[in-house]
Write a protein that binds this ligand. Structure first.
Ligand SMILES: *Cc1c(COP(=O)(O)O)cnc(C)c1O
Length: 227
């Protein structure tokens, strides 16, 4: 199957209103161009250097999402052009994204990544800590050049679908808590804070059932990655 066919097949399975973020990490420019030619415009990358190279080489109407672990000292490289940073998992990172957004005279959209998996290795805010942070912080004062547009998570790497479902549901719970609590208090509405990014190649069918409106799919589009 070609990349174009894979995208077509996935899109047919996605309910209306669910955005496909094509995760192109570790795949060459040509593969992304093929997806682009098939109409794909939202791409996810997980390493800043790779993202910068691909940004330079590819058409400028692509929407670039950063989805990997981001070190604060690397924010400056992607801040001039990145559309969404999905993997924001600390207060320090928010401070740095804001600082670099100011320098570039931009507002950068971010998703708050929450840790729901059993594996300790996965990153993300603890749901309770995040609620505390957003309760004690005046978001528009502290991060005026950051726009909180939703949340992101990754489920455990398991075949236990019930467990994956529980983990996705805990993200929805966290979302509801924030949007009905600290975010509401600060005037951040569901119209702004609307993206729920969860679901990958192996679990996106579960994710959309649980209310995801953005799936991040790599291997089912581009094939296996060679690291
Ligand atoms: C690699 C990656 C994906 C895509 O994974 P696939 O299993 O290839 O679909 C999605 N989200 C994040 C955060 C990733 O790092």
């Amino acid at each position: 199957m070609s990349i174009a066919q894979n995208i077509q097949t996935i899109k047919e399975k996605l309910p209306e209103g669910v955005t496909l973020c094509a995760v192109s990490k570790f795949h060459p420019i040509e593969a992304l161009q093929e997806a682009y030619d098939a109409g794909q415009r939202v791409f996810g990358e997980s390493r800043e250097q790779e993202l910068c190279q691909k940004y330079e080489a590819l058409p400028k109407d692509i929407e670039w999402h950063f989805i990997g672990h981001l070190q604060t000292n690397k924010v400056k490289y992607i801040a001039p052009f990145v559309n969404v940073i999905q993997s924001v998992d600390s207060e320090r990172l928010l401070d740095e994204i804001n600082k670099q957004a100011v320098k570039n005279n931009r507002v950068i959209d971010v998703l708050l990544q929450v840790h729901v998996a059993q594996e300790e290795t996965k990153s993300g805010f603890d749901a309770f800590d995040l609620e505390q942070l957003l309760t004690k912080t005046n978001v528009s004062e502290r991060w005026p050049n950051v726009r909180l547009t939703g949340m992101m998570t990754m489920a455990s790497f398991t075949h236990d679908e019930q467990q994956i479902m529980r983990e996705f549901r805990s993200l929805i719970l966290c979302y509801n808590t924030l949007i009905g609590g600290p975010l509401k208090e600060q005037g951040i509405t569901k119209e702004q804070f609307k993206t729920l990014s969860f679901g990958m190649s192996d679990d996106y069918h579960i994710a959309v059932q649980c209310g995801s409106n953005m799936v991040r799919i790599g291997s089912s589009i581009f094939g296996a990655r060679t690291y």
